[in-house]
Ligand binder design. Sequence first.
Ligand code: ADP
Length: 283
Amino acid sequence: MPNIIEVKNLTYAYPRTDKPALKDISFQVPEGQFLAVIGPTGAGKSTLCYCFNGAVPRLFGGEMSGSVVVAGLDTYENEIPVMAQHVGLVVQNARNQLFNVNVQGEIAFGCENLGMPRQKILQNLHETLTFVGLQGYETRQPSALSGGQQQRVAIACVLAMEPDVLVLDEPTSELDPMGSEQVMDVINRLNRGLGKTVILVSHDTEFIAQYADRILVINDGMLILDGTPREVFSQAGLLASNRIRPPQVSQLSFELRQRGSPISDIPISIDEAVLLYKGLHHG
Ligand code: ADP
């Protein structure tokens, strides 16, 4: 697959700060990949998200060097509305930023800003609401919906603009388990069903282990590790030193191994753990 995102030697400092929030980051994302970004609070994950649509540095100001190219467009040379046709960003706490009187107004707003024809907007409104499981909610007031429903409206808003890439910054951090599960199901279908490239910032390492193709570990503005969930979650020391909680099944296996259990591979899912421990039990 060709690369849809190319980040090269990206360094960025917010205005009036002396320490860069991102330091010399380089990576590429092939079209259709599900990429997770993990790291402790303050690592630079949100800042990285803002780089994909050019909000960093266009909206935030500050000093940027290196380059970010999405769908062949350099974010330094293209305005945010141009980038928005290719990159949909669901910012942290997006659900708290819904401001329209009803769901359809909320979803139509971004499309209207892109100058999309009326008929197309109505079609996308219908399709995206169905996709996120909220068909029939057109005239509902966003503030009266549950947290999970609001977050799905926020996702529908960017999806209706037909981006190639969806960037989601901690979309389930404030949701109850049921709301989280529904949002994660939508995110998974964006990637597997619609073939969208997905970049997800999340602390939900169980979900990431199950669905992401690849993980970037960020700490202190630097790219610490770039690998598959298996490569990343098998490194207990590295995860601990970067204050990242591994999936619980992996954690259990680290601890059993420390206590002398002959575990060679670290499982990253329940199914893998069952196979591994069955083998140990019968072996
Ligand atoms: P994360 O999303 O991993 O928690 P952030 O990208 O929010 O990290 O923050 C990275 C660093 O940039 C932190 O040191 C944070 O304090 C700083 N930072 C974030 N937003 C701003 C801002 N608007 N102005 C100045 N510094 C900021």
